[in-house]
Ligand binder design. Structure first.
Ligand code: HEC
Length: 89
């Protein structure tokens, strides 16, 4: 990260995330929208494999602490991980 306070310029590659998803992932999608867009656009689940996503999200938790953003609770984090892992390919 270069200097500067705002993180609006983080580049997230790839297509936009699905607006509608299997009903079992809806809460995770909604929570991801709230959590992840605090710093950058919502990533598409295809950007990582299902085995990579948990580590990516763990790294994001570190960013959330570093930048003092709002941290989802355990259940919310679990639903976010389920959404990304379950929709990755
Ligand atoms: C506190 C700010 C913050 C939040 C909230 C945040 N991110 Fe990030 N994200 C970053 C930063 C900073 C980078 C660039 C550095 C990096 O890749 O670690 C990044 C990069 C990424 C990337 C691109 C790099 C890669 O590994 O593919 C993905 C994907 C990503 N974030 C996913 C997420 C997801 C999913 C969430 C929500 C659960 C999230 N982020 C929430 C700060 C954040």
């Amino acid at each position: 990260m270069g200097g500067g306070g705002m993180m609006g310029n983080i580049e997230i590659r790839g297509e936009r995330p699905p607006q509608e998803t299997n009903s079992q992932y809806v809460s995770g999608y909604q929570q991801a929208k709230i959590t992840c867009t605090q710093c950058h656009t919502l990533p598409h689940p295809n950007q990582h494999t299902s085995s990579e996503w948990p580590n990516v999200i763990t790294r994001m938790e570190t960013h959330i602490r570093t930048y003092g953003k709002s941290m989802p609770d355990k259940a919310e984090l679990k639903s976010i991980i389920n959404y990304y892992v379950g929709n990755a390919n």
